[in-house]
Design a protein around this ligand. Structure first.
Ligand SMILES: CC(C)(COP(=O)(O)OP(=O)(O)OC[C@H]1O[C@@H](n2cnc3c(N)ncnc32)[C@H](O)[C@@H]1OP(=O)(O)O)[C@@H](O)C(=O)NCCC(=O)NCCS
Length: 177
């Protein structure tokens, strides 16, 4: 069954999601986190200028979502969640990859996120995508029955830049000037 699901998941598309998808995103978020976010909260985020939504679309259904905030040269993954039935198919990996590109295109140089220290699937996902631990907030999730929060970061230098460098910068090479 997992093979069939993976095969179907391969035809999923990563799409931008706007405020109209807030209900679907709140439902997905609730499958993954002890503290639910309401559709109104998500809609509020998506109507602002700094936060973008991305979704995993399979046919007419949305099977995953990510919320990405970009402020100046720093981006943050506010949330990423995949429908339980569709976890383990590589969908979050694809979603995260697109979130990195989106952040870089909007001018971010670094992506940050916070994750519960015992969340093995999420840590595997982020480590594989090049994130490294830069901080730990002890007892951060204790109220929700969890442990510490790890702060992870990843440089976006390998991602698309908003503008190509000027021709003379290319000609002079990285070591000069
Ligand atoms: C974390 C999450 C988004 C991953 O989604 P996904 O589509 O299953 O992720 P992928 O299939 O792309 O990759 C998941 C990785 O975790 C691994 N994994 C899956 N279940 C695991 C488990 N129980 N323990 C350890 N690793 C696990 C997978 O093997 C894979 O790593 P690998 O390719 O190196 O083997 C999903 O589990 C989820 O929605 N969780 C609830 C919400 C959440 O925790 N979000 C992240 C915190 S911000």
């Amino acid at each position: 069954v997992i093979f069939l699901r993976r095969w179907r998941a391969a035809s999923a598309r990563i799409v931008p999601l706007g405020a109209e998808a807030a209900e679907a995103m709140a439902a997905l978020h609730a499958t993954g986190f002890a503290r639910a976010w309401s559709a109104a909260e998500i809609e509020g985020l998506l109507t602002g200028r700094t936060t973008a939504g991305l979704g995993v679309r399979l046919g007419s259904a949305v099977m995953g979502m990510a919320l990405v905030r970009v402020a100046a040269d720093e981006a943050e993954i506010l949330s990423i969640a995949i429908d339980r039935e569709w976890r383990g198919c590589g969908l979050a990996t694809r979603l995260l990859d697109r979130a990195l590109d989106l952040a870089a295109r909007r001018g971010a140089r670094r992506m940050l996120l916070e994750v519960e220290s015992g969340n093995a699937p999420a840590l595997a996902l982020y480590r594989r995508a090049g994130f490294r631990e830069v901080g730990r907030r002890r007892g951060y999730y204790a109220a929700e029955g969890g442990g510490d929060a790890l702060v992870l970061a990843r440089d976006l230098a390998d991602r698309a830049r908003p503008f190509p460098p000027p021709p003379d910068a290319v000609a002079s090479g990285p070591d000069r000037g």
